[in-house]
Structures are given as structure tokens and as C-alpha cells.
Write a protein that binds this ligand. Structure first.
Ligand SMILES: Cc1cc2nc3c(=O)[nH]c(=O)nc-3n(C[C@H](O)[C@H](O)[C@H](O)COP(=O)(O)O)c2cc1C
Length: 364
């Protein structure tokens, strides 16, 4: 099954391998994507990664999260992205632009010395309290995301992925830990999901109703059970997945964790099949409840587990981040039977501000 194609919202994806969105630290300081990013994606496409999702690209400089992050806040980015997309398509792979706003995890700069979030709840890793977004700021953000979707379409991307995970703005809105609003974007599960629905509706006005919109969804904030009174977890996150699918999202990538919960989002020490695919039970619950394909990410390393996930109804596609940093040719090697598991040891040394790369010393 791993090497069978799948169609999602009219996109024919040649196999079940997905490169999960990965910030590369390779854009120019103003967010312009570079040919170095194109080289990386082309290498993945040449090595038969069926669907490539870009690093998170910021929809407004007020929501930039990291240095050398790629942007999509201006029409001048369309040209450089078009070249990157063409390089990927030349090898038969498909490509989505992941779009994001940093929310509570926005980088403080001289130009943007404050953080915007749904509510003024202290962010404990930095000890900073964000400013609660005004209605005007929320409406502007909806427009920023929708214009980013339009730009992605004009650049030739096969679709976009809304980054609704990992403690960035859209996941701040869905989580009761970070969203304490009392207006139409806060309160009930439906109201906390409303911002994402509003973005989709406005994007549809600009691009037409068929342009594929994927989401990467946090299914849990990742806090230890019972440690926080207000927090996102199942079954509420499964309900959110249903609302999104009912509102036209074409596929859901299941992920979890926010910075404040620690080592949740990219776990280390994945050294046995049991520790792989750490969000698989959430994925299965979502798959049972929604009609759209489910993409699973997080600690998937071996062919045995990948095949099990597809066969036993946990997921429709297998998404990988760190394993494809150390082995961009992993999918081909698995296909040819040259290897049965990724060599990635999940050490996280690949988070390299000079540009992502595997920095683990395998000779040790
Ligand atoms: C260096 C690095 C950069 C990442 N950048 C992003 C990103 O831009 N967007 C995103 O949704 N997730 C990002 N992630 C999270 C991964 O996509 C993935 O969810 C996580 O690493 C777990 O998958 P893995 O075990 O296959 O690495 C990043 C992870 C790493 C290690």
C-alpha cells in the first residue's frame, strides 16, 4: 500500500509518503524563498516523496516565528515559489505550501515588539504575556491567510496546508488553554474552530471552492493528564477534526504538542516500534469519524510500522520530517528493500540555524 497512489481533492499523489512541513532556515531575511529550498524539495521529489509540504511560511511579518523562515505575505513571493513548484512537478511529486501565523510563538523583533494571540495568557517558556487580538486584528489575520492561499494558487502549489498545530496562532485559537475569548471566536468547541472556518470561507471567495485546503491539526496540547484545567485533547480534538472536514478541509494531518508541554512535538528516543507513531490512536479515532484522508506524523521510522498504520486503518498517508532530513532517499530505499527502517535516531540535532541537516555522528 505504501507505494500505491491516492487521490485527494483531485490531486493524484503517486504514493503514500509525505514530507511533513519542516522549517529549513534557508529563506532570505525578508522571507523570500531561495534556490537552496528548491534544491532540497527537488531532491525529495527526485527520490519519490509523493507529497512535499513546505516549511511553515508566515502570512504576515507580525506572525513570523523564526529567522530565515519563508514568507507568503506579499505578491512578490509568487515568482520564486513558482520556480520551486515547477522543479518538484518535473519529478511527478505534488507540493503544498504550509501557511502559518506564529501567535504565542511569534518572534519578537524591533519592528514587531509584541506577540498577538487569542487571549492574554502567559507563555511559560518565555515568561511573556501576549496581547489579546482585537476584532480588527482577527479580521485582518483572516484576510492575511486568505490572501496567502490565493498567492499559493497563483504560484502553482497543488494546495495549501493551514498550520493548526504546535502552538502557533491557529492552534492557539482551537485550544481552551490559550483561547479564553468571549466573542464569536472563543467559548464552545465550534466557536474556537470558527477562525479556521472563516479563513477557509474567505479563501474560497478568492480561489474558488475546489482549491485543496489541508490542515495540520493539534490533537492534544501535550500536557500531562490532569496538570491543566483547560487544555486541548481528545475527544474534543476529534470533534474539531469533524467540524473541519464538514467545512471542506480535504485531508487532516494529525500532530500534537506545544512548546510549553516540552518534548511532545518531536519526541526523542524512538528506539522501538512501540514508540513509533505516537499520535496513532488519535489518528484512528479521527479516521473512524471523518470521510477525508488522514495523514499521520510523529516518530514513524520503520516500514513495518508504516505498513501496519495503512493496513490497520490508522492513516492513509505516512508523514516524515526528521527521517527525510537524514535520508532524503528513504522512500526509494524502502521501495527497493535496501533498508527496512530509517537511520534517524530522533536526536533533534537537525534543527540547525545554518540550514537543516542531519548532524548526528553515526561513527560514534
Ligand atoms: C527542524 C524541524 C523543523 C520543523 N518545522 C516545522 C514546520 O515548519 N511546520 C510544521 O508543521 N512542523 C514542523 N516540524 C515538526 C515536524 O513536521 C513533525 O511534525 C515532527 O518533527 C514529528 O515528526 P518526525 O518524527 O517524523 O520528525 C519541524 C520539525 C523539525 C525537527
Amino acid at each position: 500500500m505504501l507505494f500505491e497512489p491516492i487521490e485527494i481533492a483531485g490531486i493524484e499523489i503517486p504514493n503514500r509518503f509525505v514530507r511533513s512541513a519542516t522549517h529549513e532556515w534557508m529563506a532570505q531575511p525578508d522571507g523570500t524563498p531561495t534556490s537552496r529550498i528548491g534544491d532540497l524539495y527537488e531532491e525529495l521529489a527526485r527520490n519519490e516523496v509523493g507529497l512535499i509540504i513546505t516549511g511553515y511560511s508566515y502570512v504576515n511579518p507580525k506572525g513570523k516565528s523564526d529567522d530565515l523562515q519563508q514568507g507568503i505575505y506579499d505578491d512578490r513571493f509568487i515568482g520564486p515559489y513558482r520556480e520551486i513548484v515547477a522543479r518538484v512537478h518535473a519529478h511527478g511529486s505534488k507540493i503544498l505550501l504550509q501557511i502559518a501565523h506564529g501567535g504565542r510563538q511569534t518572534m519578537i523583533t524591533v519592528d514587531h515588539p509584541y506577540i498577538l494571540a487569542p487571549s492574554a495568557v502567559v507563555e511559560t517558556t518565555k515568561g511573556m504575556t501576549p496581547e489579546e487580538m482585537t476584532e480588527k486584528e482577527v479580521l485582518e489575520t483572516i484576510e492575511d491567510f486568505a490572501q496567502a492561499v490565493r498567492r499559493a494558487k497563483e504560484a502553482g502549489f497543488d494546495g495549501v496546508q493551514l498550520h493548526c498545530a504546535h502552538g502557533f496562532l491557529l492552534s492557539n485559537f482551537i485550544s481552551p488553554y490559550t483561547n479564553r475569548r468571549k466573542d464569536r471566536w472563543g467559548g464552545s468547541t465550534e466557536k474556537r474552530t470558527q477562525l479556521i472556518i472563516d479563513i477557509i470561507s474567505r479563501a474560497r471567495e478568492l480561489t474558488g471552492k475546489d482549491y485543496p485546503i489541508f490542515v495540520k491539526l493539534n490533537v492534544t496540547d501535550g500536557f500531562k493528564q490532569g496538570s491543566h484545567k483547560h487544555t486541548l485533547d481528545a475527544p474534543e480534538s476529534i470533534e474539531i477534526a469533524k467540524i473541519l472536514a464538514d467545512n471542506g478541509v480535504c485531508a487532516i494531518e494529525v500532530s500534537g504538542g506545544i512548546a510549553e508541554a516540552g518534548d511532545e512535538l518531536f519526541k526523542t528516543k524512538i528506539d522501538s516500534p512501540q514508540k513509533e507513531a505516537y499520535y496513532r490512536e488519535y489518528a484512528k479515532m479521527i479516521k473512524e469519524q471523518v470521510d477525508v484522508p488522514v495523514i499521520l506524523v510523529g516518530g514513524i521510522r520503520s516500514k513495518q510500522v508504516m505498513e501496519m498504520l495503512l493496513k490497520e486503518g490508522y492513516a492513509d498517508l505516512i508523514s516524515l520530517c526528521r527521517p527525510l532530513i537524514s535520508e532524503p532517499d528513504l522512500a526509494i530505499k524502502l521501495k527497493k528493500g535496501e533498508v527496512y527502517t530509517a537511520k534517524c535516531v530522533s536526536c533533534n540535532l537537525c534543527s540547525d540555524e545554518s540550514g537543516i541537516k542531519c548532524n548526528y555522528d553515526f561513527t560514534k
